[in-house]
Ligand binder design. Structure first.
Ligand code: ZN
Length: 236
């Protein structure tokens, strides 16, 4: 009868499961993974605050955009006038006319620039706040990149171990008769924590730790898969 041998195989399988569980816990709980999650939250928060600050200044940004477009157009206009002024064949009237146009455009330009300066100084505090959020976001972004690299490096070894444990588990399960594969799956699916364990010296179930009466131990020995009546784990 090789049933006893197979039941102890369930314990070996449980040990591999424990390994897998431990590796997955390590992956999720390393200091750097915790830090990474914290940084992601900070990043989101800073972006939300930046958006809010920008929304509060939406009128300023609309005006700024308009002014910057005007500046661009006027500069273009001045360039065109300057090109015309180099023309040697201009008569004195044209010369005066273009020079006046240039002067007036330059006045416009200076007016708009002053406008922008005034707007900026008016919204000085809010703009500083936005700058602060942008700096913070850049700092967090850099940290996120650095910590991600470390986590990736950390997980490299763990993932190798994980794949190794999982392939050992698969191989072992393949050597199990179908009914024991099914037993294992059923117990896992029902959320049984410890699938199989040796009985402890003081007659405690090795899976759940409940102290078993002699009658219960006899019942377990007689049952098909030697399952504990309290936790359904297999007691070997
Ligand atoms: Zn038990």
């Amino acid at each position: 009868m090789n049933e006893h041998f197979l039941l102890s195989n369930l314990i070996d399988l449980q040990e591999i499961d424990n390994e897998i569980y431990n590796i997955e816990s390590q992956k999720g709980e390393s200091e750097n993974v915790v830090l990474l999650k914290e940084l992601e939250l900070q990043y989101k928060k800073a972006n939300t605050e930046l958006d809010e600050s920008k929304n509060n200044l939406s009128e300023y940004f609309v005006q700024l955009e308009k002014d910057e477009l005007d500046i661009k157009n006027i500069k273009q206009k001045i360039e065109n006038i300057e090109a015309k002024l180099t023309d040697q064949s201009l008569d004195p009237n044209e010369l005066i006319n273009y020079s006046k146009q240039k002067e007036s455009s330059e006045e416009q330009l200076s007016k708009i620039s002053k406008n922008i300066e005034a707007l900026q100084s008016e919204n000085h505090e809010e703009l500083n706040e936005i700058k602060k959020y942008e700096d913070t976001i850049n700092e967090i972004k850099q940290k996120l990149i650095d910590v991600s690299k470390i986590v990736k490096e950390e997980w490299k070894d763990l993932d190798v171990n994980l794949a190794e444990s999982e392939s050992r588990k698969k191989e072992m399960l393949l050597t199990f008769p179908e009914e024991f594969q099914k037993l294992y799956d059923d117990l896992k699916n029902r959320g049984v924590q410890v699938i199989a364990a040796y009985k402890l010296e003081d007659n405690k179930c090795g899976c759940c730790g409940v102290e078993l009466a002699q009658g219960e131990i006899d019942e377990i020995s007689k049952s098909q898969y030697q399952q504990c009546p309290y936790c359904d784990g297999v007691v070997v």
